[in-house]
Design a protein around this ligand. Structure first.
Ligand SMILES: Cc1cc2nc3c(=O)[nH]c(=O)nc-3n(C[C@H](O)[C@H](O)[C@H](O)COP(=O)(O)O)c2cc1C
Length: 169
């Protein structure tokens, strides 16, 4: 799969097979996240790998969808705002850094035949409890990680003309 085939192949997988993710593949997707660029190379993120077996009830408090706990693994992408680069006007780039790292992981997973789905509509208070997060850490997004049990759907996207302008607004 070349890069353009890869980004076309990624989709939000909302049904998973229970088959385990081999440790070697997990290591590869985590390495892809590690290699992500971050502002000023601060790397202000922590990925928490959760094995869903036996943890389904807790995880459904975080995001109440059967498919979320149907995969053998769930990855929580957390940010450490105190470690992130802050622009002179005060804008903290932690969200951007975490997003790039998780997107690296997600694209690597696609390349390896694994499914993922960005999840932001989770309950942050439940996430804090289940993950035992200290106050200095913010949960940003989750994804299940496992073999897809559904199929790629046609992508619905705005035309490029609605998304790109040249020279000025
Ligand atoms: C930041 C972000 C948050 C998202 N949160 C959720 C979510 O909470 N639940 C969900 O089912 N899908 C979620 N999605 C998936 C989007 O709905 C999906 O990416 C979009 O509809 C395009 O479909 P595709 O990923 O299959 O190409 C999220 C995607 C992104 C990028």
């Amino acid at each position: 799969m070349n890069f353009f085939e890869l980004i076309a192949a990624r989709y939000s997988v909302r049904a998973y097979k229970p088959d385990p993710v081999p440790d070697a593949l997990l290591a590869q997707v985590l390495e892809a996240a590690r290699l992500a660029p971050t502002a000023a190379n601060r790397q202000p993120f922590m990925l928490i790998v959760l094995r869903t077996a036996g943890l389904q009830t807790e995880l459904k408090r975080v995001y109440n969808q059967d498919w979320f706990v149907g995969a053998p693994l769930v990855i929580a992408a957390c940010g450490l705002p105190g470690q992130a680069w802050v622009r002179r006007d005060g804008k903290n780039y932690m969200d951007v850094d975490v997003t790039i790292a998780l997107d690296h992981l997600i694209l690597a997973a696609t390349d390896l035949g694994l499914g993922t789905c960005w999840v932001a509509a989770f309950d942050p208070a439940a996430a804090r409890e289940v993950l035992c997060l200290p106050d200095t850490v913010e949960p940003i997004a989750f994804t299940p990680l496992g073999y897809p049990a559904d199929d790629l759907r046609p992508k619905e996207r705005k035309p490029l003309a609605d998304l790109v302008r040249y020279e000025h607004w």
